[in-house]
Ligand binder design. Structure first.
Ligand SMILES: *Cc1c(COP(=O)(O)O)cnc(C)c1O
Length: 423
């Protein structure tokens, strides 16, 4: 399928008159339509809730849009919990799915009433020592180990993942929590990331539903929810078939009817913690080609770099690139599209066939709406970009300004750079 930007060349030319490249641009319309579809796909389950994975995109303006569709928030750290709290989410609307968790973060999560999802059996005592008691409701994260396959294709390797309780630990953990007075339970697992198949959730659901029925039978635990977590992917490549969230919801419903209902668990709520699927396709990184270099290869040097989008450098991830205004030309030039870091992995694309690029061209790097801006860092003293929101009525709003040198130096309390610069 041809990948088209959600913004036109004409719109973008107007936007760059007001805002300097690089910036991330988000598509309100796309976010809304998708959030609505997710709610519809799981509407058959009365307790359903999507907890948006804040780490994917912690911009409060985007989170507010998702909140309109009933989304709760899945947090992994103190600052994410603070953001959730500031946005008015509390109690059961916040899931705290952390690992290697500092005690202060558990204390804050409890203070705002978040549901705590334990990553390890030793965290039972750690949490009890931290709070002086255990909350009434606790969730535990399951890791079956081994290799996770869907009809013979390897999806991921849970046996190598640091997260979760083993199967035996789930039984032991539930029994101990119950003895200690915990009343309600949840089960969580995240077994594969960025899955582009409608089979992932139904397969995971079967594993968790069967485990839940057994846990209930053997420990007598009152299981209130099952959290399928994140992992529904998006088609980064033009040749990938997008997931069909309605087919996924229906696939999970069938397993629910088959496994949970006969086990007398037809009232269990389903939760998800989607990040990438909620915002990934509805963001792009807009950058300008500012250099061209002809050496052993052909290079396009951009004004964005891995600080703005780390996925290609970190995982070799593919992000589609559109050269704006040249959409109908043939892709007969092979380029490495690079940023300016002193790191040879700072390349948005390697050996990518594109139309002939000229200095000054605007490039749209697709699918940066999740794990894009938020994964950024400040290597080489580079500053993080602005974030803009393209509203449904085509207005553009600045939803986070770009960093300035002042932000970069702000933590150097004992060194006044401005004085030394004579400023
Ligand atoms: C990262 C993460 C998510 C979101 O993952 P996506 O791939 O963005 O859907 C959800 N839950 C937990 C615990 C995570 O670590």
């Amino acid at each position: 399928m041809k990948k088209e930007p959600f913004v036109t060349y004409e719109q973008l030319q107007e936007i760059v008159k007001e805002y300097h490249t690089p910036f991330h641009l988000y598509d309100e319309k796309g976010i809304r339509e998708n959030a609505k579809a997710v709610q519809e796909a799981f509407a058959w389950n009365p307790g359903f809730r999507e907890y948006f994975a804040v780490k994917a995109n912690p911009n409060p303006f985007l989170i507010r849009i998702l909140r309109e569709y009933g989304c709760g928030l899945d947090c992994s750290s103190l600052t994410e919990l603070m953001l959730a709290h500031a946005l008015g989410a509390g109690g059961e609307q916040v899931m705290f799915s952390s690992n290697a968790t500092p005690s202060g973060e558990y204390a804050y999560a409890e203070k705002i009433g978040a549901v705590i999802n334990l990553d390890d059996i030793t965290h039972i005592d750690f949490l009890e020592q931290t709070l002086g008691y255990l909350p009434e409701t606790i969730s535990c994260r399951f890791n079956p180990g081994g290799i996770f396959k869907i009809s013979n294709s390897i999806m991921d390797n849970p046996g190598d993942a640091k997260y979760g309780f083993t199967r035996e630990q789930m039984f032991e953990g539930f029994s101990r929590l119950k003895e200690k007075g915990v009343k309600h339970f949840g089960i969580h697992a995240f077994l594969a990331s960025n899955t582009v198949t409608n089979e992932y959730y139904p397969t995971l659901a079967r594993i968790l539903f069967e485990l839940a029925a057994e846990l209930k039978e053997k420990t007598g635990a009152d299981i209130r929810f099952i959290n399928l977590s994140g992992g529904i992917g998006i088609p980064y490549r033009p040749d990938q078939e997008p997931n069909d969230i309605y087919a996924i919801g229906e696939g999970v419903r069938q397993v629910y009817e088959e496994v949970l209902v006969p086990a007398g668990m037809g009232d269990v709520a389903l939760y998800t913690e989607l990040g990438r699927f909620m915002t990934g396709p509805y963001g792009c990184l807009v950058t300008r080609a500012i250099h061209q270099k002809h050496t052993h290869k052909e290079y396009i040097g951009c004004d964005a770099c891995a600080v703005n989008l780390m996925r290609p450098a970190m995982y070799g991830a593919y992000h589609h690139i559109t050269v704006m205004g040249k959409d109908n030309r043939v892709c007969d030039h092979k380029y490495d599209v690079t940023g300016s870091l002193c790191e040879n992995n700072d390349k948005f694309a390697i050996d990518r066939m594109l139309p002939k690029v000229d200095v000054g061209d605007l490039l749209v790097i697709h699918d940066t709406g999740a794990h894009g801006y938020s994964m950024g860092y400040n290597y080489n003293g580079k500053l993080k970009s602005a974030e803009l929101l393209l509203r449904e009525d085509n207005r553009v709003e600045l939803i986070r300004r770009a960093e300035t040198p002042k932000d970069y130096f702000a933590t150097l309390d004992c060194f006044d750079i401005w004085k030394d610069l004579g400023a």
